[in-house]
Design a protein around this ligand. Structure first.
Ligand code: ADP
Ligand code: MG
Length: 724
């Protein structure tokens, strides 16, 4: 517990990083302040190659990147709460003396520790994992300070695995500021984050980052300077209002969101300009392959599919690069539309690249496309991060030679050594994970064969049209606003987790009837590791209680081939039940799966819940979704679950989401929707969008020298830190 104190920084390292013209060594100007953007994180204390690599996974390479990696939550350890005043759901700091302990054996071994204080209250601390040393130190009479979430247990209030510290002296100091929690990745603890940001903040004093927003933009909005904003969001004072922080409506957050929105608008304007000035290959196509695919299908295109296919086909025939956003609810049939576009390009003798945000989704596209395209003699090439060495070299060769007509993969396709011979079309699935900066890099890819490739960007995140127009001002929009016929709406129910046994029974019955089910564990925590652990524990439990059910497990730490084989087994019905983290969120398509259990749905945003639920309801049988929540629900959570139960269409949910957020809803943890932003959330911050557009125009017209530093600051490549 407790923050790591800031250690003294050796400032001499800073001056080594910039090359400056020789100057009078005794003048102050001899030590110019280098930009924090040029200072690699390795220069900080306790950042070796391993930590640097982990930071890089989150897109953090420089000290400046570190400062822009913001806490997503805060803990209040600034005061002690009397045990008698605790309420379920609180996360609090308590202090007391151990009154009794008990070592419980049996199927769920645990060590129980009762804590009491002068308030007369009692609190049970439960440890499912414990060391011998813990058994020795946690004895009656020991004084402890604990931090954790209070839950209602069978007999009393409890904390499960609280953080704790033995109280040796009476007056241990209490934190003066709120404790930040950072989005993290495996192997980086919160204490490390605090140590790193302490160092970065210390540097901020002497090396203030470039102010990219002119005063005439900032003043009317009454926003703080960049330095003030960064300081506040990393170390808010004890009296800060946590709801403003988590909801990110505090001016310090607004300042950062606003700057990011401005950077985004500047990028969009540049993209649009570039697009007008760029030539693209005309992809006429003779329709031969497309006709054969359509004839082989067991169904007909919906009217909406026909319409968007025609819109795309017309764009592809033009000599300016297509930039089209294809929106359609989950299950609307975007993949087929993409396949038809790909065939038009292939008919025209060009290569096609299809990118998905995760390997899992990319694998699935590969399988899906292979089934459609193999009869046409087209064999997709697959390139993802795990392809290394000779194998990768071989794949690159088939891509460079033009042999590979259809290339599928993940971000791996962005890498510089991936060279296409005649790339005509790039399709990006689930656009919200690919930002405007990746789009910029992509357009460079096809240029050697003459002209930029056309781009089709698909998303199942329904964004209200007006918002889409400002967010994706450089894109044209196609919407599939109709589902294929015969889909019965999914019946959604909310069930408290004290009825977990009934839900498990329901899974058993569904599986016995030959149906398949998903069980999604969505513990939203600081670490991917915890979410994966939760999925493992649930899989364990379900294996015990459902011995006849064939069960598979996928989560972010089960990698590549292993995950693929589990998914493949589930898709081919060799598994009945798939326990997963939110890796199944987007795209996974198993029509026979008709039951979905979502644990802790109260912690998810509406868009994410809708995405998850969309994994069922893809076949002909009636599908069900069970929201297995943990009471008590906050008012906002109750309303959210209510909306999910009532509303079927993603667009309706998006509108209601918007309305709720407008009313001050605090979605807190993970952003949903168009997640190509680091800090801004265009839904939450939509009142800033118009001002951001104006600011972008002003910067490009009057302060063009600020444009590049501004976009560069917000563009470092950033991968998902979540379990995807
Ligand atoms: P999404 O838009 O979510 O990517 P998919 O492309 O995965 O949706 O389509 C969902 C399912 O619907 C797939 O199994 C697909 O083959 C099927 N499908 C697509 N178009 C039609 C249609 N016009 N009629 C019937 N089924 C369709
Ligand atoms: Mg899809």
């Amino acid at each position: 517990m407790g923050t790591t104190g800031a250690r003294a920084i050796d400032h001499s390292v800073l001056t080594q990083t910039t090359s400056v013209a020789p100057m009078d060594p005794y003048s102050a100007a001899a030590f110019p302040t280098p930009s924090l953007a040029d200072l690699p994180v390795e220069r900080l204390d306790r950042v070796g190659p391993r930590v640097a690599e982990r930071l890089r996974r989150l897109g953090i390479a420089s000290v400046q990147d570190l400062l822009f990696h913001l806490p997503h939550r805060y803990q209040d350890r600034t005061h002690l709460v009397p045990i008698a005043e605790l309420r379920p759901g609180d996360e609090t700091l308590v202090q007391g003396e151990i009154s009794a302990v008990e070592l419980a054996n049996g199927p769920r071994r645990s060590y129980k520790v009762w804590l009491a204080d002068r308030s007369g209250g009692g609190l049970l601390l439960r440890f499912f994992h414990y060391s011998r040393q813990q058994l020795q130190t946690l004895r009656p009479g020991t004084r402890l300070r604990c931090y954790g979430e209070v839950r209602r247990g069978p007999a009393s209030l409890e904390m499960v695995h609280p953080e704790y510290r033995l109280q040796t002296q009476d007056v241990d100091p209490i934190e003066q500021r709120l404790t930040p929690l950072y989005p993290s990745t495996e192997g980086l603890q919160q204490a490390s984050w605090r140590g790193l940001t302490d160092q970065a903040l210390a540097l901020l004093d002497q090396h203030a980052p470039t102010e990219c927003l002119p005063e005439e933009v900032l003043r009317p909005l009454a926003l703080p300077t960049l330095t003030e904003a960064l300081r506040y969001v990393h170390r808010p004072p004890a009296e800060a209002d946590p709801s403003h922080l988590v909801g990110r409506s505090h001016p310090a957050f607004l300042r950062l969101s606003f700057e990011e929105l401005v950077a985004h608008q500047v990028s969009l304007r540049r993209l649009r300009g570039a697009r007008r000035a760029t030539a693209a290959p005309k992809l006429e196509g003779d329709g031969r392959l497309r006709r054969r695919l359509l004839e082989a299908l067991s169904f007909r295109l919906t009217r909406a599919q026909e319409r968007v296919v025609a819109e795309i086909a017309a764009d592809l025939r033009s000599d300016r690069p297509m930039q089209r956003l294809l929106q359609g609810d989950v299950g609307a049939g975007k993949t087929l539309v993409a396949a038809l576009a790909a065939l038009q390009a292939i008919e025209s003798g060009r290569q096609v690249a299809l990118m998905a945000p995760t390997e899992l989704l990319s694998e699935q596209h590969r399988r899906g496309f292979a089934a459609w395209l193999a009869p046409l003699g087209i064999d997709p090439t697959w390139l993802v991060g795990r392809h290394k060495g000779r194998e990768r070299a071989g794949l690159l060769e088939t891509i460079a030679s033009g042999h590979a007509k259809l290339v599928m993969g993940t971000h791996a396709l962005f890498q510089d050594d991936v060279v296409f011979r005649d790339l005509g079309l790039v399709i990006i699935d689930e656009q919200h994970r690919f930002g405007v900066h990746q789009r910029m890099r992509l357009r460079a890819k096809g240029s050697r064969a003459g002209g930029a490739p056309h781009q089709l960007i698909m998303t199942a995140t329904p964004i209200p049209r007006s918002l889409a127009m400002t967010l994706y001002a450089d894109l044209d929009l196609s919407v599939i606003d109709e589902l294929p016929p015969g889909r019965a709406p999914i019946i959604t129910v909310a069930v408290p987790d004290n009825r977990r046994d009934e839900v498990i029974e329901r899974v058993r019955r569904a599986c016995e009837q030959g149906r398949q089910a998903y069980w999604v564990c969505t513990l939203i925590e600081e670490s991917e590791a915890l979410e994966c652990q939760a999925a493992e524990a649930t899989a364990h439990e379900l294996r015990d209680t459902l011995p006849g059910v064939r069960l598979g497990l996928v989560h972010g730490r089960i990698k590549g081939a292993d995950r693929e084989s589990v998914m493949a087994a589930f898709a081919s019905a060799e598994l009945d039940l798939l326990v997963a983290t939110t890796v199944v969120e987007v795209g996974v398509d198993v029509p026979n799966a008709s039951l979905m259990i979502i644990e802790n749905p109260e912690r998810l945003g509406l868009a994410q819940l809708h995405q998850l639920r969309g994994r069922v309801g893809r076949g002909v049988v009636q599908s069900h979704c069970v929201l297995l929540f943990r009471p008590p629900l906050s008012a906002a959570a109750r309303e959210r679950l209510g909306i999910i139960r009532e509303a079927e269409s993603g667009f309706e949910i998006a509108e209601r989401d918007l309305a709720m957020r407008g009313a001050g809803e605090l979605l807190g943890t993970r952003q949903t929707g168009a997640v190509q932003f680091r800090i801004a959330d265009p839904l939450r911050d939509r009142h800033l969008v118009v001002a951001a557009q104006r600011a972008a125009d002003l910067i490009l017209a009057r302060y063009p020298e600020l444009a590049s530093p501004l976009t560069a600051r917000w563009s470092s490549p950033r991968e998902e830190y979540a379990c995807v």
